[in-house]
Every structure is written in C-alpha cells, then in structure tokens.
Design a protein around this ligand. Structure first.
Ligand SMILES: Nc1ncnc2c1ncn2[C@@H]1O[C@H](COP(=O)(O)OP(=O)(O)O)[C@@H](O)[C@H]1O
Ligand SMILES: [Mg+2]
Length: 423
C-alpha cells in the first residue's frame, strides 16, 4: 500500500551551510623547544595552535581539519619539510593550506628555490623574529577568515537559490491547481445554471401534465362509451403516452436534483450530506463517459450521512471516477464503496483498468505528473484530490485492486475539524 504524498517532500532539502570555525595554525618541528617557543609566540592571536613533531604527524593533523597556515620546519629526520610540502600540495584536500618554511639556512638561494617549488608561499629564518612571525601569521589568519566568509556567502547564495527555485515550483503548482479548481468550480456553476434553467420549465410541464391527466380522467367515463374502436384506440394511446411522459419527467426531476447536488456552491462550509447522493451526482455527471462499456457497481454502507466540505468532496470523487474511466480500455467495472465506523469514514473507488506500476505510485499525486498524452491529462486531478483529502485531515491510499486495476481509498475522520480549530 502506498500512502500518497504530495509535493511537500520536494522542499525537504538539507541545509549544508558551512560554519565559520576558529582558524588553526599547524606548527611542525622535531625540536620540542622550537614548538614550545612558537606556541608561546602565537598566543593571543585568536587562533588555535596545533603542534606536530614529525612530517607524518603533520599529515595526520591535516587529514582531520583545515588550517589557516602551516609553519613547517625544513630539517627533520625521516620526512623533511620539502617532502611534507610535496604531499600537502599534491593532495586536493590540503593543497589550499599555505606553507611557511622555517629554515636555519640563511640566504641559501638553492634551498629557497627548492622550497618554493615544493609548495611554500613564504620563508621564516631561524632564529625567528617574533614580530615578523606574528605579523605573517596575522596576514594568513585574515586571508583564511576572508576565504571562509566567501565560501559561507557562496553556500548561503546557493541555498537561497535552491529555496527560490523550490518556492517558484510550489507557486507554479499552486497556480495551476487554482486554475484547475476554478475550472471545477465553474463546471459547478454551469451545472447549477443548467439545473436552474431546466427546473422552471420542468415544473410547469409537470404541473400541466398532472392537470391534463386529471382532466382526461374526469371525462374518461363519459367519453369512452361514445367512441368507435379506432377512436378508442387513439384515446387509450394518448393516455398511455401521457403516463410515459410522467416517467420521463420523473427522471428529469431526478437529474436536476443530482445536478444540484454535484454543483454545491457552498464548498467553503462543512455540512452534513448524504454520501450516496454525492456519489450518484458524480456518476450522473460522468454518465456520458461511462457509456455502455463501463459498468458501475455501488455498495453504500452505513452511515450515509457525513460531515464534510461537500463541494470539495464531489470534486475529489469526480477526479477518482474520471481517472478510473481513463484507465479502462474497452469494457470494465468501476466499484464505489462507502461507509464508516470507529470514527473514520471510507470512500473507495476501484477500477479494472490498467493499474499503476508500483514504481510510479509515490509520484501520481505530484502536481503535473501525468502519463496521458498532451491535451488529455493535466496531471492535476490527484494532486487536487490529495489536497482536498488533507483539508479533511484524511489520507489517500493507493492499492492494487484485487480484481486487477487500481483501488483508491479516501479515509477521513467522521467529524471534520473546521479550519480555525472549532469542532
Ligand atoms: N485509476 C487509475 N488507474 C491507472 N492509473 C491512474 C489512475 N488514476 C491515476 N492514474 C495515473 O496517475 C496519473 C495522474 O493522475 P491525475 O493527477 O488525475 O492526472 P491526469 O489524469 O490528468 O493524468 C495519471 O496520468 C495516471 O498515470
Ligand atoms: Mg485525472
């Protein structure tokens, strides 16, 4: 069973904004005394100082976090500073970390050149001058903060761009739903108008027919004996036709009632209505599409009366019935079942049509999702149905119909909470 979910999931994009963390400086030296003095020197600069006693230890630290600058001793046993620099500048994860070499070799142009080619951006010569170290480190810290801010703004921009795109998509979907609802509402108005226009002439035809039949009945006894067999035949045929007209008029009256039920223009209000009447009115409106090829069976359970937004519920049923008709190629059956119990009301529409592949079920309620050719499907029917069911605080489930085809089930509370909170 798939419980339909509409577009709200689309907006569940996770925020991936980077946070500005306090910058860190990595100091790499194999001589403990140098580490201690550099750490003391960098105190109070607003940065964390991380100490590494070998090239390997430095590479391990670099795996774990980002550094604003690395102060790297050149002469170290095992892995010297140049080798560390080479690793750092080759790895995409670390190559942005600026390297400042600490070297005792005064003004040795060859080693300075080697340092630069292995990835250094600067040199500090031992014994270090505290003022120079602090001012260089300060520059790198500022650079780092600037870089993080640029990155932060880029992510924020990306995030708001994504939010804007989502909002735009929601807006477009809502707008189309509104247009479609407006169409359904104007269909309701049209139906109401037609029902009203038919109703007036129908009322007087009905009343005149009644008068004509009663008048003929009153003179029947006096007229019959004087008629020859041919005239009597005409007299009886006329009376038969009048009673058949009566049946036709009954059907038209019934139709007008159903049209009126369908077109409820009171959709803003919660009302208690007969579910059977709602379903029958929807079937009346769909009669021309059902034709001879689709048989409809209805199983109306108890209770028949339901508190709901009747105009909206009719729209939802209309969409389900209309999809069921579309899904049946050739002959088939649409089965509608209604009924409540234990606080929940269920209305199901099953068809013997094509069915919905499992993989598509979670998508069919998305606005604009359609598998029908352009011009035939808008992809809005189920998304509107879903919104209507939500408005009733209910659920819309999609299952395989045991007889083949699809089974849609609307479940709503027997008492709908009115919007605004009161029961
Ligand atoms: N009863 C059904 N049987 C098979 N497929 C269905 C049924 N109801 C809906 N669908 C599928 O869901 C899609 C979306 O339905 P809907 O939102 O009403 O839009 P539309 O009918 O305009 O395509 C349909 O195109 C169809 O693929
Ligand atoms: Mg549809």
């Amino acid at each position: 069973m798939v419980q339909a979910q509409a577009s709200e999931h689309r907006t569940e994009r996770r925020s991936s904004r980077a946070r500005i963390v306090s910058p860190a400086v990595l100091v790499v030296d194999d001589v403990e005394a140098n580490l201690v003095s550099l750490e003391a020197l960098l105190e109070g600069m607003g940065c964390e100082v991380v100490l590494a006693r070998s090239g390997n230890a430095a590479l391990r630290e670099l795996l774990h976090r980002d550094f604003a600058v690395m102060l790297l001793d050149v002469q170290m046993p095992e892995m010297d500073g140049y080798e560390v620099a080479r690793y750092v500048s080759q790895d995409p994860a670390t190559r942005e970390v600026p390297i400042v070499f600490l070297t005792a070799m005064h003004e040795d142009p060859a080693s300075v050149l080697r340092g630069y080619t292995s990835g250094a951006v600067d040199f500090l010569f031992k014994p270090v001058n505290p003022a120079i170290v602090r001012s260089k480190v300060r520059v790198f810290l500022e650079l780092y903060r600037g870089r993080r801010q640029v990155e932060e703004s880029r992510l924020a921009l990306e995030q708001s761009h994504a939010e804007l795109a989502d909002a735009y998509q929601n807006l477009a979907a809502t707008q189309s739903q509104l247009v479609q609802s407006a169409k359904m509402a104007s269909l309701g108005e049209l139906v109401a108008g037609v029902a009203h226009e038919i109703n007036n002439p129908l009322a007087f035809v009905k009343s005149h027919l009644h008068t004509a039949r009663r008048s003929l009945g009153l003179i029947d006894g006096g007229v019959r004996p004087g008629l020859d067999p041919a005239a009597l035949q005409h007299w009886e045929r006329a009376q038969n036709r009048l009673s058949e007209m009566g049946l036709g008029i009954e059907r038209m009256t019934d139709l007008v009632v159903r049209l009126r039920t369908f077109s409820r223009l009171d959709e803003g209000e919660v009302k208690t209505v007969s579910v059977r009447e709602c379903v029958e009115s929807v079937l009346t409106i769909s009669r021309h599409r059902l034709g001879e090829r689709i048989r409809v069976t209805t199983e109306y359970g108890e209770p028949d009366l339901l508190e709901c937004y009747p105009g909206l519920l009719n729209q939802a049923l209309m969409n389900l019935v209309s999809n069921a008709i579309d899904a049946i190629e050739g002959e088939g059956v649409v089965t509608i079942r209604t009924g409540g119990g234990r606080g929940q009301y269920r209305i199901s529409v099953a068809d013997t049509g094509l069915g919905i592949p499992e993989a598509l079920r979670h998508r069919v309620c998305e606005p604009f999702f359609t598998t029908k050719p352009p011009g035939q499907g808008t992809g809005l029917g189920l998304s509107i149905t879903y919104s209507i069911v939500k408005k009733h605080q209910g659920t819309l489930d999609i299952d395989d119909n045991p007889g083949g085809g699809t089974l849609f089930t609307i479940r709503i509370p027997e008492r709908v909470e009115k919007e605004g909170g009161e029961a």
